[in-house]
Design a protein around this ligand. Structure first.
Ligand code: GRE
Ligand code: ZN
Length: 267
């Protein structure tokens, strides 16, 4: 196993630029989203399609995160509208977490770290693939959901299928098919569309939060968090990274906002 990047020591975020010079750009992610840098505006409706098509999902441990992708034999999951020009196609979703429930999200809101952050990654349809899209400034759009640890420690049943499968992908490179077909609408929008919850978001231009840190991402961060129990979150910390160590945390620290503005869409 070759470690190309990690989250501590000589492979940690401070060293990424030694192998990936784009990681020192001026429009990097994540950022601390602070009230005084944010402008309220009214964007067009953010539109999703294919949300309620059930799909087979595969869960993989790639050494950096737990990642889900779906077979492409069915109707695809698309996103458009909001801050986006054109149509974006779903590619994968994955998680970022911390050593405890007081950290773990990548973007912060008013200095607040959430316990976990889900990234659903989409590429612009006209570029045809993820690999081609990442060479274009408008190549990717990522919707981010923050998670808090539920104070009453109730589990979120929508995430049970994923959480219960994590022990089966403990080793780097392992992959399984989830036992139940899922539709993303159910997972990401429990209130069911149309819902204001998915129109209340921050948006800004930034980068991949992992090497090569390409500055090609339109970020869409939903303001209201989802909930998981402490134990559900803890299950993620048990998967292994490279060299067999537990992947206890995998969030990148915040990067300078520089000359950027963050927009807040008011539903
Ligand atoms: C990541 O690896 O964390 C990532 C991607 C694609 C887009 C955004 C992002 O792989 O944070
Ligand atoms: Zn990510």
């Amino acid at each position: 196993e070759h470690v190309n990047f990690g989250y501590s020591g000589s492979h940690g975020p401070d060293h990424w630029a030694e192998n990936y010079d784009t990681c020192v750009g001026k429009h990097q992610s994540p950022i601390n989203i602070q009230e005084h840098d944010v402008r309220d505006i009214n964007l067009p409706l953010l539109i999703f399609s294919g949300l309620d098509t059930p799909r087979k999902f595969f869960l993989i441990n790639n050494g950096h995160t737990a990642l889900l992708y779906s077979s492409k034999d069915n109707k695809q999951f698309y996103m458009s509208g909001g801050p986006l020009n054109g149509i974006y196609v779903f590619e994968q979703l994955h998680f970022h977490w911390g050593e405890n429930d007081r950290e773990g999200s990548e973007d912060l809101i008013n200095n607040h770290s959430f316990a976990m952050e889900l990234h659903a990654v989409f590429y612009k349809d006209k570029y045809g693939s993820m690999n081609d899209a990442i060479h274009n400034p408008d190549g990717l759009a990522v919707i981010a959901f923050f998670f808090e640890a539920e104070v009453n420690d109730r589990a979120n049943p929508l995430f049970d299928t994923i959480v219960e499968a994590l022990p089966k992908i403990e080793k780097v490179g392992t992959e399984i098919q989830l036992s139940e077909n899922m539709h993303l609408g159910h997972l990401l929008n429990p209130a069911g569309p149309p819902s204001d919850r998915m129109q209340n978001y921050f948006t800004y231009n930034g980068s991949l939060t992992t090497p090569p840190c390409s500055e090609v991402v339109t970020w869409i961060d939903f303001k209201y968090p989802l909930y998981l129990s402490h134990l559900q979150i803890a299950a993620f910390r048990n998967i292994r990274g490279f060299e067999g160590h537990k992947l206890t945390h995998n969030f990148r620290p915040v990067q300078p906002l520089s000359d950027r503005r963050v927009l807040h869409n008011l539903p």
